[in-house]
Ligand binder design. Structure first.
Ligand code: C5P
Length: 411
């Protein structure tokens, strides 16, 4: 809930201002009205007092003297609707001899102004200059619409739909609040691996897996939205998926497990957290052929692939001196609930991870563009939380949890 001060000035469009007030009230906000004397010819005191159940602020002198400062002090948002050409000039000039301009001048809250007037007045260079000046000072201007005007003429200058005006003003309020709330991962660096590694057999073939990288990238995006500096290491992620990352995420592209190991060891330096969401191949062909393997037309023989183990990146980081304070591994498992939880807990311990996010995979579950269901376990196997839903929802839940873990760790 917020306190919204609605400043009403003397144009014929003032008759729409009560609807703006109603919309704020319907959204649960507390509304005070400040009106210029001229505006009372359009909408009278009794209307305002009836709608808001409190006196309308008009007079500065005498008993109203403290009130203007009070309104400016309590306002979380001021909206001037409608704003006449005269009021725009007064706001631009810093006047303070009516309750509306004075409240705006005295207030540190965001200001929204919705001008409405005859098109000649709107287009007049003086008005346009005043609007430019106000914008430059951070005032949010809701541009007038074109259409029928109070004078009977038509042109630009009409007050937009009051419901839309209220919505725009509330968006400004929300933006302002978001900007003031420190993001939970501000100042943190998070490394996220995503996608599936491919281990070359020859120049055209590889051993791969079905990971699309969607879950890992959703986590990287959620971390960035939470204010973290994000280093994403992606293996074979389709551009259509990779392009969903917000600007500012640093991306290192790799192909194989060995490349991912090298990139991860480099990127985790100085990081606060590593989230190892990539599906890393456990084995690779011992020797990738330099030319395409051919079948011998004279026999039915097939070659035998000799595989060797890939390094376990998570375990390598988890047990190293460059281990970030928080390490989360992923485990894609098949089996019953009890089995996948047991596998997950064992994995966390072996790999030196603090937590392990276990998801069940199989036909149409886990991989690709589908919903997911993840259990977050600590290294003792205890269930910390469970996230189900879209990969974005899961990422948001996991990142909120990560922010809590980091906040609770001693720096
Ligand atoms: O042992 P498993 O492959 O099921 O473990 C999965 C977790 O370990 C994931 O976080 C994955 O990114 C990581 N991993 C790894 N290096 C490997 C294999 C898996 O870092 N070679």
């Amino acid at each position: 809930m917020a306190t919204v001060v609605v400043g009403v000035t003397g144009g014929v469009a003032a008759f729409k201002a009560p609807i703006v007030v109603r919309e704020f009230q319907r959204a649960g906000h507390d509304v005070y009205v400040a009106a210029t004397r001229a505006s009372l010819n359009f909408v009278g005191r009794s209307t305002w007092e009836g709608i808001t159940s409190r006196p309308v602020a008009v007079d500065i002198a005498g008993e109203g003297r403290a009130e203007h400062v009070e309104l400016a002090r309590i306002a979380d948002l001021i909206i001037v609707v409608p704003a006449t050409a005269n009021t725009l000039a007064r706001l631009a000039g810093g006047f303070a001899d009516d309750m509306v301009s004075l409240t705006v001048l005295a207030c540190a809250a965001p200001v929204v102004v919705a001008p409405a007037m005859h098109s000649n007045m709107w287009l007049a260079p003086a008005t346009q200059e005043n609007v430019r000046l106000l914008r430059e000072r951070g005032v949010h201007i809701i541009e007038p619409d074109a259409g029928a005007l109070g004078s009977g003429d038509s042109g630009v200058g009409r007050l937009p739909d009051p419901v839309l005006i209220a919505r725009r003003a509330l968006a400004v309020l929300q933006q302002h609040r978001d900007a003031q709330t420190p993001l939970p991962l501000a100042g943190r660096t998070v490394v996220v691996t995503a996608g599936g590694t491919r281990e070359p057999i020859d120049p055209v073939r590889f051993l791969g897996n079905r990971s699309s990288g969607r879950q890992g990238l959703a986590i990287a995006a959620a971390a960035a939205r939470a204010g973290a500096r994000v280093r994403a290491i992606t293996a074979n992620v389709d551009d259509s998926v990779a392009n969903t990352l917000p600007d500012g995420v640093e991306v290192t592209r790799v192909g194989t497990a060995l490349q991912m190991r090298d990139a991860t060891m480099e990127q985790v330096r100085g990081a606060d957290a590593l989230i190892m969401a990539a599906a890393v191949a456990d084995f690779r062909p011992e020797q990738a052929q330099t030319s395409k393997m051919k079948k011998d037309p004279t026999t039915q023989d097939a070659p035998t692939l000799r595989l060797v183990r890939n390094p376990d990146i998570l375990a390598q980081v988890g047990h190293s001196s460059i281990r970030p304070p928080l390490v989360i591994g992923f485990a894609a498992e098949t089996g019953t609930d009890e089995e996948i939880i047991a596998f997950g807990a064992d994995k966390a311990t072996r790999k030196g991870a603090d937590y392990i996010a276990v998801n069940r995979v199989g036909d149409r579950v886990g991989f690709g563009n589908v919903h997911n269901d993840i259990r977050l376990l600590d290294a003792s196997g205890a269930l910390v939380d469970r996230y189900a839903g879209s990969k974005d929802d899961i990422a948001a839940g996991l990142i909120a949890q990560l922010a809590t873990f980091l906040a609770n760790l001693k720096r």
